[in-house]
Design a protein around this ligand. Sequence first.
Ligand code: UD1
Length: 373
Amino acid sequence: MRLACIVGARPNFMKIAPILRAMKNHDSLNPILIHTGQHYDKNLSDVFFEELGIDPPDIALGIGSGSHAQQTADVMVAIEKVLLDAHESGEPFDRLIVVGDVNSTAAAAIAAVKLHIPVAHVEAGLRSSDRRMPEEINRVITDAICDMLLVSEPSGVENLKKEGHPDEIIHLVGNVMIDTLMTQVDRAKDSGMVERLGLEPGAYGVATLHRPSNVDTAEVLGGLVDVIVDISSEMPFVFPIHPRTKARLESFDLLGRLKTAPHVHCLEPIGYLDFLNLTSQAKVIVTDSGGLQEESTALLVPCLTMRENTERPVTCTQGTSTLIGNDTEKLHLYLRQVIEGTYKKGQCPELWDGKAAERISQILIAEGKRKQP
Ligand code: UD1
């Protein structure tokens, strides 16, 4: 089976790496990697290919940044051309594989389905029910048109059934992001990041923020900066800053406050291994990233999630995550619980066991056999 695997932005790379690796063990699966170029900075893209052992993309589209409509449209046009060229050259794709919920995910799926190329969605069914989030729109659109829905947690199966998707196309396979975490966690121990920052294992916090709801207004972002600076006198904080957050901190005149706080370590976005070295030994994670909510759950590290809702409820019901919204009092309260050791304990959800990508391969192989003439 010729499979076009699509990646575009940072969280996609951790999801596709184990899938490509698992496919290599099966002669009948022939994956081609297409990078849309939604993320293009070395720190947001190349470093993940190097560290996760992903071969350079077979096709790089170089789309780059833009408004949502522009970026989505550019990916659609470029992917359509790749798919049509493949068809004309006599080597058409049997299926597209898209992962996650970024603009590249939905755009690639739309282009392929309209050319009658079936699409599998990895991380299907997740719903925050918050249509102000661009990712939620991408999830709903992608699932609506895919004919193979590969799901990471039970809520995804329920959501897809409620939306009327037939049982035969829904597969609970587990979490590919956790496949990557399990493969890399030992290697990450050698990265030395915690020591380089002069931190004590288990005694510092990690913060990441990039969602518009947290970073696009001075009031909200300023409130969060205040809490991080305040608490850092008791527990140092590491804050790798996403490019859009850095731009907002600068324009709201907040970057100086963070940088001059003696126990806040402001960093550029960092690679996977350095980041896993930090998160796996952290006392607490404060984040608005969905992926990090999952990773902290697998690592059993408390996670205070700066969102009103989550498409990954298992990280709260079973895992280590608590939804904080952007309520700074609540953030303080839960940070106190973490410091005092009274914060809840979590457990790793079922099928987050490092074998999700192999389950996906088996589903694809079974499909290939069914379709053989
Ligand atoms: C995207 C995803 C989000 C994911 C996040 C992880 C969508 C809708 N959002 O958000 O789900 O959690 O990636 O980072 O797809 N930029 C750079 N260098 C880059 C890429 C972007 O500086 O390599 C800057 C640009 O100013 C750009 C801005 O970041 O305009 C936003 O990038 P974009 O890809 O549009 O969305 P993210 O906020 O990164």
